[in-house]
Design a protein around this ligand. Structure first.
Ligand code: PRX
Length: 653
């Protein structure tokens, strides 16, 4: 567990990086001691319509709670991603698009083309009655039009809510209903690893449950899909009729930019709301510093590839907003790492001469298992910097990434952050920090992490381990849970009053490096995707043969964590293997393939306290097969339940 290897900062990085050790120390100190002056400078990375005079206006105190950044400033983020680059980069590449299959033609989109497509699409949204403040749901595959749809919303001041294209019609309907968006943007089908994803059919199914007035559909695979007259709009035909002229709305810094649903420890997924100015500054700054995004010595711009889907926050901040605000080249990949074969990622790296590559540990672990040959047969000489995101990266996967993929030449930025934080929070900077495999290392500017004792909230100093909280606001912080501000406060600010609670556990070593140990709440991280155990439980109990369910995480070699479900069936129902398969398929259909339970154990009863609370600690131990030490079970209403669970656990067989 305790990793002692360390890789010093390469000399060429220390010499050339935007941030070296000295600059980091100086900037970090200033960002904490005098945030107003620090951010009054950093904010100029964006073009403002009205330059803010108010910088930081925040307090986490219960009786004085407010999070406002750059509050009197106005700007438009689509204009920051597009218009302001037209003079200098108009005919240069904004997006490189690589399709699912290597034989399908790829695409290149310049800043001017992206600007024009966005303006036309914005005019289409306006023609459909979309106004500033309206919510628009986006359910698209990884195609450049996804960026167009996002930026068109931003241009008009509409709030986009992207739903990952792997979610089920039910999950989509729930998210459409929660933010009452009456416009949905989708495609006929998506393509992933050669498989078709029936996006339009899913939207049609969702529309049967919630009110949607307009569905704008991109023809992507050309599949023959139903078209509802009066509601459905064909993307290409409709934008051809629109003008390419469209002014960007002047938005307040604190006006909403997007909603993104994410899972918490209780209840339904919550709509994390990000606003315009603070998020913009944060996404731009973190993209630039973490990835050292600056022109190469020959003046060319580095090709940068974040392999995340736009359905997750990583895709928002680091496929679209961050790189485009910074005038970068962002590669968008429609496919998956193992199709047509396990070399796909590295072939794409070679094809485009990618210099900066950013992916999730789960993909790396899956590729690592297939052997080095898939990697070593490619060149990868263009790579300079690697990034990791979404879950803890175990030292073995780290070393493989570093040595095999990066040839021992490329530093790794292990970026810890969350949907809620808008962008990177804790990460090593290649020019500033020696790397320790598996450590997210040090906080970025303005981020003040603290470790507290989960039992009593006492602040822990020095080398220690505890719950990770952030003591003060940073510009990219979420502002509220859409439609439920009380839930925002309750979820993040009540556990440790006056502090933002991340839900993560963390260790700090003797050198001050932070090591994220994983969630300490009822959230599990499956392949870098966040799942609330409560969500899976409620999907299970919706099945008419299920009386009760409890879901916990279990260790999984590739996914990081797998899903372990305990199910109590209704009286008179027989617990058969067929039923087990049926229930697993049910969850998959209700939520989406990412929620598929890895293990489903029938449990005639669940371990409960006398007050009826399920003792998840015991369920976790059994799922982890760590049954030597179940802890105190004397407070259970019926301790014999545990024997039964142990006997029927798949580990016992
Ligand atoms: O547990 C942490 C884990 O992912 C959670 C956030 O998930 P989500 O909001 O879906 O955002 C994923 C993309 C940022 C965190 O609470 N996590 C994220 N990055 C890391 C991580 N755990 C360890 N190391 C990381 N680098």
């Amino acid at each position: 567990m305790h990793e002692h290897r360390s890789h010093p900062v390469p000399a060429e990085w220390a010499a050339r990086a935007l941030i070296n050790a000295e600059r980091y120390a100086q900037m970090y100190a200033q960002s904490v001691a005098d945030p107003d002056s620090f951010w009054a400078k950093e904010m100029h990375r964006l073009d403002w319509m009205r330059v803010p005079t108010q910088i930081k206006d925040t307090s986490f105190a219960a009786d004085d709670f407010r999070i406002k950044w750059f509050a009197d400033g106005t700007l438009n983020l689509a204009a920051n991603c597009l218009d302001r680059h037209l003079d200098t980069l108009g005919d240069e590449v904004a997006i490189l698009w690589e399709p699912d299959h290597p034989d399908t033609p790829s695409r290149t989109v310049t800043y001017r083309e992206l600007h024009e497509a966005t303006c036309r699409f914005t005019n289409l949204l306006k023609a459909k009655g979309v106004k500033r403040g309206d919510r628009v749901t986006i359910y698209l595959p990884m195609v450049p039009e996804a960026a167009v749809a996002m930026l068109a919303c931003a241009r008009i001041g509409a709030v986009h809510s992207i739903v990952f294209a792997g979610f089920s019609p039910d999950a989509l309907a729930g998210r459409i209903a929660d933010c009452a968006s009456t416009v949905v943007i989708t495609a006929d089908e998506g393509l992933r690893g050669g498989k078709k994803v029936p996006l339009k059919a899913n939207v049609d199914a969702a529309c049967a449950k919630v009110r949607v007035d307009t569905v704008i559909m991109l023809r992507h695979t050309g599949a023959d899909v139903p078209f509802v007259e009066g509601r459905d709009v064909d993307w290409a035909t409709a934008i051809a009729a629109q003008s390419a002229d469209c002014a960007a709305e002047e938005m307040g810094a604190e006006d909403p930019l997007f909603i993104l649903y994410t899972s918490g420890s209780t209840g339904k997924p919550k709509g994390v709301l990000h606003t315009t100015g603070g998020y913009g500054v944060w996404a731009s700054m973190t993209h630039q510093y973490t990835f050292d995004y600056q022109p190469n010595p020959d003046g060319s711009r580095p090709v940068y590839w974040c392999a995340a889907d736009i359905g997750w926050v990583t895709g928002h901040s680091y496929v679209v907003y961050g790189p485009l605000m910074n005038g970068g080249i962002t590669l968008m990949f429609e496919g998956v790492p193992n199709y047509p074969d396990f070399s796909r990622f590295w072939q794409v790296v070679d094809k485009y001469q990618v210099e900066i590559f950013y992916a999730a540990p789960t993909a790396l672990r899956a590729l690592m298992r297939e052997g080095d040959e898939w990697v070593t047969r490619t060149s990868r000489k263009s790579l300079r910097l690697l990034g990791s995101v979404g879950e803890p990266i175990n030292p073995e996967a780290w070393e493989w990434y570093y040595n095999v993929v990066g040839g021992g030449r490329c530093p790794i930025a292990d970026t810890w952050w969350q949907t809620e934080t808008g962008g990177h929070m804790i990460t090593p900077l290649a020019g500033a920090h020696a790397l320790k495999p598996g450590s997210a290392s040090f906080p970025l500017f303005g981020v003040q992490p603290q470790l507290v004792d989960p039992a009593n909230g006492h602040v822990l100093e020095g080398a220690t381990e505890g719950a990770l909280v952030i003591t003060d606001s940073w510009p990219g912080q979420m502002r509220t849970v859409y439609g439920d501000h009380a839930r925002f406060i309750q979820t993040y600010f009540t556990q440790y009053p006056g502090k933002y609670f991340t839900g993560d556990g963390c260790r700090r070593d003797e050198d001050g490096y932070y090591w994220i140990t994983g969630r300490i709440d009822d959230v599990i991280n499956v392949s870098g995707h966040r799942m609330g155990t409560a969500e899976i439980e409620s999907a299970l109990v919706e099945h008419d043969k299920v009386a009760e369910a409890a879901v916990v995480g279990m260790p999984h070699d590739i996914k990081g964590q797998g899903i372990y479900a305990y199910v109590t069936t209704m009286d008179g129902v027989e617990d058969t293997d067929d039923l087990r398969r049926e229930l697993i398929a049910w969850v998959r259909k209700e939520i989406g393939p990412i929620a598929t339970p890895d293990v489903l154990q029938f449990a005639p009863s669940l371990p409960k306290t006398r007050s009826g609370k399920i003792m998840r600690r015991i369920l976790r131990k059994i799922a982890e097969n760590d049954v030597g030490n179940l802890g105190d079970i004397s407070t259970l209403a019926d301790p014999s339940v545990v024997d039964d669970l142990l006997k029927n656990s798949p580990h016992a067989k």
